[in-house]
Design a binder for this molecule. Structure first.
Ligand SMILES: NC(=O)c1ccc[n+]([C@@H]2O[C@H](COP(=O)([O-])OP(=O)(O)OC[C@H]3O[C@@H](n4cnc5c(N)ncnc54)[C@H](OP(=O)(O)O)[C@@H]3O)[C@@H](O)[C@H]2O)c1
Length: 239
């Protein structure tokens, strides 16, 4: 699919992987709607994009775990950019601890942001995509959605759920020419990884946010008839 002139909404666009995907899409000529909670990050990114690339960048602040905020952000981006061709559900949080040590509020929050955030934006975007009979949704899952590990019960549960959600929605909407893909990167060099204590090994051997962005763009640029269910990337760095 030629990406030039398409409209995309990217959640968690202020930092890390979401920011890299937004920049990658903008470079390819996509008009981008940026969503996260911090307006400062989004404002700065929108102005970087507008000054560097021949495309439009707008933003809306929202906590995607909150249905009304996700809906308002979706409607604002749609109103300003026009109907969406691409939705990137990237916003996510991570922390680790045994199931009895982790405070229940923290456990629940991970599910709310990582799973419900993905569900909310998909819920609002899909009717319009179905109406226009095309669209691409990319959900940023993780290798933590494919294998569990000690201290990962909340994060892994949220990402396993994102993979189940992705495959089920894909089966529902592929007849409408809507592609739904989950990316499952291993550890990526972002604030999330550093804050969660995941950043191990030599930095230059770690996946970088731009690597995930390239994978997302590659999946989006495949011919419309090609549906990628999941795509994972690793480095030589042992996890
Ligand atoms: N880094 C890794 O090792 C790794 C590996 C595999 C998968 N992933 C996944 O990749 C995605 C992005 O992670 P990252 O490493 O790029 O994280 P990051 O650098 O911490 O960036 C996360 C972005 O999401 C936004 N965000 C967080 N909670 C939000 C909420 N409730 N509503 C809206 N926006 C929210 C943050 O902005 P605000 O705080 O301003 O809202 C920020 O812009 C996540 O889904 C993560 O699980 C990460």
């Amino acid at each position: 699919m030629d990406l030039k002139g398409k409209n995309a909404l990217i959640t968690g666009a202020g930092k890390g992987i979401g920011r890299a995907i937004a920049l990658g899409l903008a470079k390819a000529g996509v008009r981008v709607g940026l969503v996260s909670r911090s307006s400062g990050d989004l404002e700065q990114l929108a102005s970087t994009i507008s000054s560097q690339y021949d495309t439009r960048a707008i933003y809306a602040t929202a906590d995607v775990s909150k249905r009304n905020e996700a809906e308002a952000a979706y409607n604002q981006i749609k109103h300003d950019l026009g109907p969406l061709d691409i939705l990137i559900n990237n916003a996510g949080i991570a922390s680790f601890g045994t199931v009895t040590e982790m405070p229940p509020d923290e456990w629940e929050r991970m599910i709310q942001v990582n799973l419900f955030g993905t569900y909310h934006m998909t819920y609002y975007a899909l009717p319009d995509m179905i109406k226009q009979n095309h669209g691409s949704i990319i959900n940023i899952a993780s290798t933590a959605g494919e294998r569990g590990f000690a201290t990962g019960s909340a994060y892994c549960a949220s990402k396993f759920a994102v993979l189940g959600f992705t495959e089920s929605v894909l089966q529902e909407v592929r007849k409408h020419n809507i592609r739904v893909t989950a990316l499952t990167p291993s550890t990526v060099n972002t604030e999330l990884a550093v804050n969660a204590g995941l950043k191990i090994g030599e930095e230059h051997r770690m996946l970088q946010p731009e690597d995930v962005a390239e994978l997302a763009l590659a999946a989006l640029q495949l011919p419309d008839r090609v549906f990628v269910k999941t795509a994972g990337i690793w480095t030589t760095n042992p996890q």
